[in-house]
Design a protein around this ligand. Structure first.
Ligand code: AMP
Length: 218
């Protein structure tokens, strides 16, 4: 695959993180998840993390200037020279315009955007059932992809935790933020001719296979 920037677009629970991880491994380029970076900052109680935590726990978006600053810094690191995957960014029109400017400035071509489409009832099960390994970040789902032992990661034995924002109130707010602020990006990228739809209702292995075939053609 040619070096460039990939964007994973989709509602919360669409499987962006799971698929972006696989593609990052296959393509040998870093996965940049603004959600992961913010959660890590919150865990370490840095000023950035403390400021973002209240918004994240409520299911609201963190201000554009904060997340754009994070991404600007991260994509300037040497491992991003050959390309990178943005997972959960951009989420607003202002962030998308920032990406366009940043890619132009770095001499990357237009991004390729993978829009993972998932029915709303399935999204809810994915979010309420999600468990993440507190050690390696491996993602499970108690309904669809349970660990062998309850609450324990198969890979490294780490404790599996629910995210603070995977509760009903925050989930409702996150879906609303997606519909109002993020879904307009579908038309934005479609108009640029860089949008690729992916049926995210299938099981993760089938989606990963489809993505591999897509990249083999790209
Ligand atoms: P995620 O892990 O992508 O679901 O993100 C978790 C939370 O982090 C979101 O609900 C937001 O509060 C915050 N967040 C992550 N990425 C962004 C972004 N691009 N813009 C604004 N807030 C974000």
């Amino acid at each position: 695959m040619r070096a460039h920037a990939l964007i994973f677009l989709g509602a919360p629970g669409a499987g962006k993180g799971t698929q972006a991880r696989e593609v990052a491994k296959d393509c040998g380029i870093p996965q940049i998840s603004t959600g992961d970076i913010l959660r890590e900052a919150a865990k370490k109680q840095t000023p950035l993390g403390l400021a973002a935590k209240a918004k994240m726990d409520a299911g609201e978006l963190v201000p554009d200037e904060v997340v754009c600053g994070i991404v600007e810094e991260r994509i300037s690191e040497p491992d991003c020279r050959a390309g990178f995957i943005l997972d959960g960014f951009p989420r607003t029109l202002a962030q998308a315009e920032f990406v366009d400017r940043a890619l132009r400035a770095k001499g990357h071509g237009r991004p390729q955007v993978l829009n993972i489409e998932v029915d709303e009832d399935l999204l809810l099960k994915r979010l309420t059932g999600r468990r993440t390994c507190s050690v390696g970040g491996e993602i499970y789902n108690i309904y669809f992809n349970p660990p062998k032992r309850d609450g324990v990661c198969d890979k490294d034995g780490g404790k599996l935790l629910s995210r603070a924002d995977d509760n009903e109130q925050a989930i409702r707010q996150r879906l609303e933020a997606y519909h109002h602020q993020t879904s307009p990006l579908i038309d934005y990228y479609r108009a640029q001719g860089v949008l690729h739809g992916v049926d995210g209702n299938k099981d993760p292995e089938s989606i990963a296979r489809e993505l591999r075939e897509f990249f083999a053609r790209a």
